[in-house]
Design a protein around this ligand. Sequence first.
Ligand code: MLT
Length: 232
Amino acid sequence: MRSVDVCLTHQDFENYDHKGKIVVVIDVLRATSTINTLLFLGADHVRPIGSLEECRSLKDQDYIIMAERLGKKVDGFDYGNSPTKLSEKDIREKKVAIATSNGSKAIIKSEGSKETILCSFLNINSVIDFIHTYESDVILLCSGWLGKTNLEDTLCAGGIIAGLENFEIESDTALIAKALHDKTNNVLETMRLSSHAKRLSGYDNKVDIEFCSRLNTQPIVPILKGNKIVLS
Ligand code: MLT
């Protein structure tokens, strides 16, 4: 029987053997929600970047450059990491580079997996369907926040587990995520309790929280091919 495991922060990922497995990167507020939105709006591809310097340098290669640190847009970049600031006319067919505090780093760390895909509440059922088309074990990689577990990524991981059929729940972290999901009646209400939702609200970013809670409104699956995230 296939197994599913959960890594609660990308800093913990060094303790997981992800070779030959499907890695599902989760950063609900907001990196995987934003990247899903970019591809849903027709971006040609999205490159996850670790450093601000490397991201900035891609402007010269005709990339739209996006950067967020501590939940805020970084000066000198085209966008921060807000999915609600994006429009189809500005994004369609464009190349995008994105450097965020946690999510882009989590994606980069997944290199060497059998496949790396991205999940948020916007595409959770599409991700569950994608997982069922493979035979491999699965690791749900929650980005977390600066090395700490966060509520929304863990809840999303639990939602994926709840939708999986014929999987063995392999670890305590998977049991924790599933239990959180099973006790949650309203995704948005629960997300609003999270530390990052409160942080974003403080930066006048409340609209992003509601947007990122909209279940299955963007039914696509972003997949990492080389150093680019594209539509699967
Ligand atoms: C992250 O990558 O840490 C988050 O997406 C941060 C944010 O967008 O606020």
